[in-house]
Design a protein around this ligand. Structure first.
Ligand SMILES: *Cc1c(COP(=O)(O)O)cnc(C)c1O
Length: 361
């Protein structure tokens, strides 16, 4: 097999066993003589996949009975609108922590629907850090507080979640869901497009507090109301069955690897390797992110010039590593090292970085 070490930010690398299982099962799945893609979403075989994925997600995150897992469509970007539609009451507002790009977009969408306040922002620092809890100016009557747990483009990540008291806490975890054990029950809503850390594009995972959902706005278009999907276990209309099947395969793999504790051990060693190389070559590789806010999912760095950055990306590609160019909005280099990226892939990149620094520094 000729697999590339794939550092794309998303869609991103998937665990090989999850892919191989799909390959084996496509022509004839569960002795049905067809693939999961061709099967009714009302069949008992699909039911096992659907509830299997849902239950595994709840098990891995340790969800309590007041939390429910939903499989929706439209990407994390649709959640930017659905959350305020469902949860900001008429005349009310919500608080947002702005950590750049995706959270900025979430604020923009919320403002189309209702009032969204910026309770804290690291914009004056170029979003190179996560604001501290002491910097928040919260509105006690806010419908919720929204954070973005990992900032895929800026390379920052929350290493501690803020205490916001009684106000419901909502998080966009698109690029770090399941990266380590967390207290998921603290959140009233967690959402994540699957294509970074848990599967292919096409399905969005939403974890919602049922007792909060009861208070949601009514009189919304059917498909935009969480209640519609929660009442039917995400089978109100046709769900993205193949994407959910792949998520199920990935979650089984996560469980086999020791669950979220296993993921955290892998992910910490991978991130430490790359940040370690930057410490070894401080004049050559510079991480723009403040140390305590550095992401273990998306590691970003600059080289001494844009020419060297382009050369780095091109030579890495020749060495069978793709996706190392930083996002077009920020430039530089970025390695997305989600759960499925093996430690060997990051060791290989770290060694390449050392050689490149010695040859070009
Ligand atoms: C990728 C990403 C998004 C956008 O996801 P879509 O599924 O493409 O809408 C939103 N938030 C974060 C943190 C992301 O990384």
């Amino acid at each position: 097999m000729n697999r590339t070490f794939n550092f794309y930010a998303g869609p991103a690398t998937l665990p090989l066993p999850a892919l191989e299982r799909a390959r084996a099962e496509i022509p004839d799945w569960e002795n049905t003589g067809m693939s999961v893609m061709e099967t009714s979403h009302r069949s008992k075989e699909y039911d096992a996949v659907h509830y299997g994925a849902m239950n595994l997600m709840a098990e891995l995150l340790g969800l309590d009975d007041d939390h429910q897992v939903l499989f929706l469509q439209g990407g994390a970007s649709t959640q930017f609108a659905m959350i305020p539609m469902n949860f900001i009451p008429a005349g009310g507002s919500a608080d947002y922590v702005d950590t750049g790009t995706w959270s900025t977009k979430a604020i923009k969408e919320a403002r189309i629907i209702a009032d969204a306040r910026v309770a804290a922002t690291s914009e004056p620092d170029g979003f190179k850090r996560i604001p501290k809890r002491s910097e928040y100016h919260l509105d006690p009557s806010a419908a919720y507080v929204h954070i973005t747990s990992n900032n895929t483009i800026k390379g920052t990540q929350y290493h501690e979640f803020p205490d916001v008291g009684e106000t419901p806490l909502v998080a966009d975890m698109s690029s770090d869901i399941l990266w380590r054990p967390i207290d998921a029950n603290r959140f009233s809503l967690i959402y994540a497009g699957a294509q970074k850390n848990i599967g292919p594009s096409g399905v969005t995972i939403v974890i919602i507090r049922k007792s909060w959902l009861e208070k949601a706005n009514t009189n919304l278009p059917t498909m935009f109301a969480y209640k519609t999907h929660a009442a039917k276990d995400s089978l109100f209309n046709t769900p993205p069955t193949f994407a959910i099947y792949m998520v199920r395969n990935v979650l089984e793999w996560v469980k086999e690897q020791g669950g979220l504790a296993g993921m955290e051990a892998r992910n910490r060693s991978k991130g430490d390797l790359l940040y370690g190389v930057m410490t070894e070559y401080p004049d050559f590789y510079k991480c723009p992110v403040e140390p305590e806010s550095r992401s273990y999912m998306n590691v970003v760095w600059r080289l001494p010039s844009e020419e060297l950055e382009a050369k780095f990306v091109a030579e890495a590609l020749e060495a069978k590593m793709c996706g190392l160019k930083g996002h077009r909005s920020v430039g530089g280099c970025r390695a997305s090292i989600y759960n499925a990226m093996p430690v060997e892939g990051v060791e290989y990149l770290a060694e390449f970085m050392r050689k490149f620094a010695r040859a070009n520094g």
